[in-house]
Design a protein around this ligand. Structure first.
Ligand code: TXA
Ligand code: MG
Length: 317
């Protein structure tokens, strides 16, 4: 029987029985299980080789359902949800006991999101529990944006892969919390801060920077390829590494360099298109015969900020 397809009924049955299904979302593919079933959630951590101190996002299709799992849905959360859900926005909300501590790594808040993908929304609608789902990659590697990416790395660890094509946004959701009477962005992602500020005014930004976290959820993920990745001036980098074959990630410029392999993320200089293409480009270069990868720094506005964040984490040593 095929392990990959568009059979929502099959996905539903597997999830109801406590199994693992890779699901498409508009950001990246998720590795999903029943978010209220501790044993099912444990399988996610095992399949990904993920440490238990790194908490999971739960996914569903309606705010009414979310209210069964959280004790409060503050006004700011409601305003953001009204404008941006379904979409690449995750909210941190105080959890009820029904949500296992394993999902939140013991934190009092649970991360929730209504994703914007037709197949997955149909699946979520048919379920009376949320789907806990981290990105469907082995811990520390780049998130998958196609079903083929999931197959390549996790095929033997999942019961089914729901194939929803290439992810639209291509970069993980933006994570927002509401502690201390203010709005704080904890992870840059597919929804730009500028767009959030249009709705709730100025926000705080407190990014997870620690590679040795003191608190759950504060892990500096690496999103790392196996080849060394550097950020900087591409021309200088090629000059200084003239004996090597270089993979180049650029926004819109064609460097036309000999002995190199170039990925131009958006010839028309569109940050959304660049974000959409980023992870697939890193994967392609990682799988190619280049020795090193060099990426330009992107403009530090809108989705360029999230792109720079992912490149930095991919390059972190
Ligand atoms: O776009 C996305 O968010 C994708 C798709 C599948 O929805 N999911 C995703 O999940 O990126 P993951 O597990 O790769 O990243 C989840 C991150 C955690 O590493 C942590 O930083 C943060 O979300 N997080 C989750 N629950 C949290 C909590 N209770 N408090 C603070 N941070 C939390
Ligand atoms: Mg991830």
């Amino acid at each position: 029987m095929s392990k990959i397809g568009i059979d929502i009924e099959k996905a539903k049955q597997i999830l109801q029985q406590g199994g693992l299904v890779a699901i498409p979302t508009e950001t990246v593919y998720g590795l999903a299980a029943n978010g209220l079933d501790k044993n099912a959630v444990l399988k996610i951590f095992e399949a990904k080789n993920r440490p238990h101190f790194d908490p999971l996002i739960i996914h569903t299709n309606s705010i009414d359902k979310i209210k069964q799992w959280v004790t409060d849905f503050p006004q700011w959360a409601k305003q953001l949800a009204d404008v941006f859900w379904p979409g690449p926005l995750t909210l941190l909300l105080p959890k009820k006991n029904i949500v296992p501590d394993l999902v939140t790594s013991g934190l009092p808040q649970v991360a929730v999101r209504i994703p914007n993908h037709k197949l997955t929304l149909q699946l979520l609608e048919s379920l009376d529990f949320p789907l806990a789902a981290p990105s469907a990659n082995p811990f520390g590697y780049i998130s998958p944006t196609t079903a083929a990416h999931v197959t390549a790395q996790l095929q033997n660890k999942v019961d089914y892969i729901l194939d929803g094509g290439t992810c639209d946004v291509g970069i993980e959701s933006t994570i927002v919390g509401f502690e201390n009477n203010s709005v704080t962005v904890y992870r840059l992602g597919g929804l730009a801060i500028e767009d959030i500020e249009q709705v709730v005014g100025k926000v705080n930004v407190q990014l997870n920077q620690s590679s040795n976290p003191t608190a759950p959820g504060m892990l500096k993920s690496h999103y790392a390829p196996t080849k060394p990745l550097f950020i900087g001036n591409v021309v200088d980098f090629i000059k200084n590494n003239s004996l090597k074959k270089i993979g180049i990630i650029s926004f819109c410029k064609d460097y036309n360099a000999e002995k190199s392999y170039s990925k131009i993320l958006s010839p028309t200089k569109d940050l959304k298109e660049a974000a959409h293409n980023l992870f697939a480009a890193i994967r392609e270069l990682d799988a190619s015969d280049v020795d090193l990868i060099v990426a330009e720094k992107f403009p530090d506005t809108f989705l360029g900020r999230a792109i720079n964040d992912r490149l930095q984490r991919a390059s972190a040593k």
